[in-house]
Structures are given as C-alpha cells and as structure tokens.
Design a protein around this ligand. Structure first.
Ligand SMILES: Nc1nc2c(ncn2[C@@H]2O[C@H](COP(=O)(O)OP(=O)(O)OP(=O)(O)O)[C@@H](O)[C@H]2O)c(=O)[nH]1
Ligand SMILES: [Mg+2]
Length: 266
C-alpha cells in the first residue's frame, strides 16, 4: 500500500469511528494510522474495536498522555516511513477535513507536487460555520506568517496535507519541535526551504459538530513566537542545514506495512 492517512486524536470518540468507516467506504487505496494520546473518553478502545473489521489496514499507536499534535505527527511520520508508504497524509479527526478531498490531495502529489496543502485561502477554498474570531485568527496567522517568512503559501496553518515520502525523508524530523499551529507552519517552511514544490488545493473546511476543540492560548503564543524563531534561524543560523536530514536519522523501510514491531529510528 502506498498511501496512509495519519489522524491524531484526543477525545474524539464521537468522530473517529465514523470517520474511519467513511474513509474505508470511499477508498481501497488508503491505510489509516490513528495516534491517540491516552484520551480519557476511550477513543483508543473504539479504534481497537474497528481494527477487527479493518484488520491489516487500520493501525493505532497509543501514547501515554497528551503530548501535542506536533509530536503525534512526528511519531506517525516515522512510523509510516519505516513501513514504506509513499504518500503520507495529515488529517484532523473532527470532520473539518472532508474525506472526499483526500483524492484531490493525492492527485496533486501524483502530478508533480511534493507537498499538497488543503487550503482554505486560495480561490475555491473556504470555511463553513467557523466563528468570526476563529476565521480572523486563522487568516491573520497566515498573513503574519507570510509577511515575516515570505513563504509562498496562503494557508500556512492548514492541517490537511499530503507529503511525499521524499519530503519527510529529507527533513530531520527530530528538529521539528513545535506542538500546535507552529508545527504546521514549520513543516511547510522546512519543505519550502529544502526546495520542495508546495501546491495548494482548495478545500472547504467545516467547523466540528461533535467533540471539543483543543485550541488554547498557548498554541497561539507558540505560533507567534515560532514564526519569529523560524525567520531568525533562516536569516542568521542556516536553517537549511539544521533541518536537512543528512543521514543521521534513517527512516528507511525495514518491514512491510502493518508490522507491529517498530524498527529503531536511528
Ligand atoms: N494525539 C493527539 N491529538 C491531538 C492533540 N491535540 C489535538 N489533537 C487532535 O488534532 C486534531 C486537531 O485538533 P482540533 O481540536 O480539532 O484543533 P483545531 O482543528 O486546530 O481547532 P478547532 O477548529 O477548534 O477544531 C484533532 O483530531 C484532535 O483530536 C494531542 O495533544 N495529541
Ligand atoms: Mg478541528
């Protein structure tokens, strides 16, 4: 299997089962990896139940506590690289990202993009039911990021993304340490700085209907400081060399998709 969708979860019991069912009903060319951070609502147990039905194509990694979205994705990226996947997707569990758009992101990468970003802020993209203050924060955050970094991406905090294997192999994932929106910004920034082609694919983003948002002030603060830090590092500290995987970190495929035993990372 070439494609895997990584879905981080924290208290997504009301969403995750349904989302898994929909993805597998729509596609037979995707595997799913859920990274759950010990959700108190027992999200993981629900995924384990589904694993019986979707044996060999639904995987679960459980971590002990809420360690943040960024580290969940890094964990998932390494997991997916070791198992040989070629197209590695990020997606939220809360139905803000429409499973139908997975195909469009996939096609963008198949047709030459290295990173395909599901974008709310290009022609044809948008949001539904998002409160004005969230839209302002999101658009303001993207504008702020573009003004400071000059990165040619309109939706810099987007979390619905397809990375080709080559991109994730080229980044030293251990250097990406942000947790929230700043993580999403840095992944795009690192891809761009390493010379990869980023394509924005318009998507309609819908506010969650079930469950609770994990947004908090700390995530915004991290974003504000994080963008300044990225600019600083890229101006004075050779960000390119810092984030490039020079071979110390090896994520090569050592086992077939679905193997339970994790190979060593380094
Ligand atoms: N594993 C893990 N998943 C997380 C963590 N924080 C958030 N998530 C998941 O990451 C995805 C995005 O989180 P949301 O709460 O929807 O945040 P958001 O989409 O930025 O904000 P909203 O628009 O308010 O929903 C969801 O699938 C969450 O369950 C975390 O610390 N660990
Ligand atoms: Mg959300």
């Amino acid at each position: 299997m070439e494609n895997i969708v990584i879905i981080p979860t924290y208290n997504e019991r009301e969403n995750i089962g349904h989302l898994i069912d929909i993805i597998f009903a729509q596609y037979d060319n995707f595997h799913i990896l859920v990274i759950d951070d010990g959700s108190p609502d027992n999200t993981a147990a629900l995924v384990k139940d589904r694993q019986v039905k979707y044996s060999g194509k639904l995987f679960l990694e459980e971590r002990k506590g809420k360690l943040g979205l960024g580290t969940a994705y890094i964990h998932g990226f390494k997991w997916a690289l070791k198992r040989g996947y070629q197209f590695i997707f990020e997606m939220d569990a809360d139905f803000s990202h429409n499973p139908k758009d997975l195909q469009r992101l996939y096609e963008a990468c198949k047709n030459g993009a290295d990173v395909a970003v599901g974008s709310r802020y290009v022609k044809g993209g948008g949001t539904i039911n998002w409160p004005n203050n969230r839209i302002l924060l999101s658009k303001g955050g993207s504008l702020y990021t573009r003004l400071i970094t000059w990165m040619p991406v309109r939706d810099t905090t987007a979390g619905f993304v397809c990375y080709t294997r080559e991109v994730l192999e080229s980044i030293n994932l251990d250097q990406i340490r942000f947790l929230g929106y700043a993580f999403q910004i840095e992944m795009k920034f690192a891809s761009w700085k390493l010379g990869f082609k980023i394509k924005e694919v318009p998507i309609i983003f819908e506010d969650r209907k079930f469950g609770v948002s994990k947004m908090h002030k700390g995530i915004v603060k991290e974003g504000i400081w994080g963008v300044l830090k990225l600019r600083w590092l890229s101006l004075f500290k050779d960000y390119h060399n810092r984030v490039k995987n020079t071979g110390t970190a090896s994520y090569s495929a050592v086992s077939k998709p679905g193997d339970q035993v994790l190979a060593k990372t380094k």
